[in-house]
Write a protein that binds this ligand. Sequence first.
Ligand code: 5RP
Length: 231
Amino acid sequence: LSWKEEAKKRVAAEAVGHVKNGYIVGLGSGSTVAYAISNLSRKIKEEKLDVLCVPSSYQSSFIAVKEKIPLTTLDEYPILDLAIDGADQIDKKLNLIKGEGAALAREKIVASSAKKLIIIADETKLTANLGLDHHVPIEVLPFGAKFVLNRILKSGWKATLREGKGKVGPVITDNGNFIIDADFGIIKDPRELEMKLKNIPGIVETGLFIGMVDLAYIGTKAGKIQKLEKK
Ligand code: 5RP
């Protein structure tokens, strides 16, 4: 495995170490979370734990089912003990950009339902400034996609409708919506940007996760884990 995959595995194991018997656990999405799901499956079997999980996407649901992890829903358990998720960018204040896997809306709901949110990522995701060489994924209602795109472009930013792979035309999210990738450059005030975006009709959710993270484990190239905690 490459150092990155090793790092992802390492932080996934560290996060799963927080899961206790009786926990209801929110599962994020992406390749790092996939390691956490496999690790959690092993832990549940070995320690004979009574744990239920709420997946944030078809991807994490399918992996969890394959790994024989019992699943539940937010309807049954609206409060989760813990959520584990990945990130595309993370700054020192533990603010995030997420949504490369187009699962950001459900991920944000799962993360917001959890008493504790742990983020796992390799060190390439660490940044001094959110938005530096990175776009922000935004989930939009198909009906309003062109309207939202024009609003963002008119404000002087760059934005494109995300095209699908394995399908012609736009990416369709698990919620039946589209994704706009918007480039805001360096984001000085992520909370303010989030508020501005949320005021545009048609925007369902943004990939900005502000002030939500309790703990982040960052896997380094040197084979270590950097722990970042909410202040
Ligand atoms: C999906 C996400 C993922 O958590 C994010 O893209 C990180 O994925 P990976 O662990 O594969 O790098 O936000 O919407």
